[in-house]
Design a protein. Structure first.
Length: 244
């Protein structure tokens, strides 16, 4: 029941070269987030914002701040103190939890400065192990396993940043992924996030997170909460359709 899903994910990984990732519906924001050479911190800061709001709203926050302060150079971001960041977040209603996420944003800038000399790309450069990259993301305040594995997964799967292995890049259970794996019959209806993570490890031990994007895409486009579009789904013939 998992064969087609896994094959789709593996085929995508084999065929994909480094590509622009469509994070939000704004071309200029996507350019900023995809510029890992000049603005690797934009990618890190955006990922840390992805909590309890829609992904598009979270990932556009660095670009909104860029518009507010006039640039997104790391040296300029360093000059802004926590009180100013709180005001920026609250005045512009950038997040559902503006004060908390302003702290997360500011703390991340401090960590990038202190641990990586202002260059966030040092988190993933020089062919590190997947566990090292996930751990480095976990060190940021406000991060967790879900965010950290997601950020490592995007780097590996879509940007094709070379890692020495992919063992520690787990699937990141969000509402779409959970729904798809349950409906496909890969896990029971009462499965915990831990069960979903370990099922993905069982399916593809060398790179458990390889099915993450495919599951997310299926959930977002076809396997909707209500009125799923089963006839249009790319895994329609390999799904148990445990809808209720």
């Amino acid at each position: 029941m998992s064969d087609l899903l896994l094959q789709i994910a593996k085929d995508r990984f084999k065929k994909t070269t480094s590509q622009l990732v469509h994070f939000v519906d704004d071309e200029n924001a996507n350019k900023l987030l995809n510029d890992l050479d000049r603005y690797p911190h934009a990618y890190v800061l955006a990922g840390l914002m992805d909590r309890q709001i829609k992904a598009e709203r979270a990932w556009i926050i660095p670009y909104e701040i860029k518009k507010i302060i006039g640039c997104f150079d790391f040296a300029e971001l360093e000059k802004i103190n926590l009180v100013e960041y709180k005001e920026i977040f609250q005045t512009n209603k950038l997040h559902r939890f503006n004060e908390t996420m302003a702290k997360v944003f500011h703390n991340a800038i401090i960590d990038i400065r202190n641990k990586y000399n202002g260059d966030a790309s040092k988190i993933w450069n020089n062919n590190p192990s997947s566990s090292a990259v996930v751990y480095r993301f976990l060190e940021f305040k406000g991060s967790g396993v879900k965010i950290s594995t997601m950020m490592a997964n995007i780097l590996a799967r879509q940007y094709r940043i070379p890692f020495s292995d992919y063992f520690s890049i787990d699937i990141s259970p969000d509402v779409h992924i959970i729904r798809v794996m349950k409906r496909m019959g890969l896990v029971p209806k009462d499965a915990t996030n831990e069960m979903i993570i370990y099922k993905a490890r069982e399916l593809n031990p060398k790179f458990p997170g390889i099915i993450d994007f495919s599951c997310w895409e299926i959930g977002r486009n076809w396997c909707k909460t209500r009125n799923p579009l089963c006839n249009n789904c790319i895994v329609e013939n390999d799904c148990a359709k445990k809808i209720n």
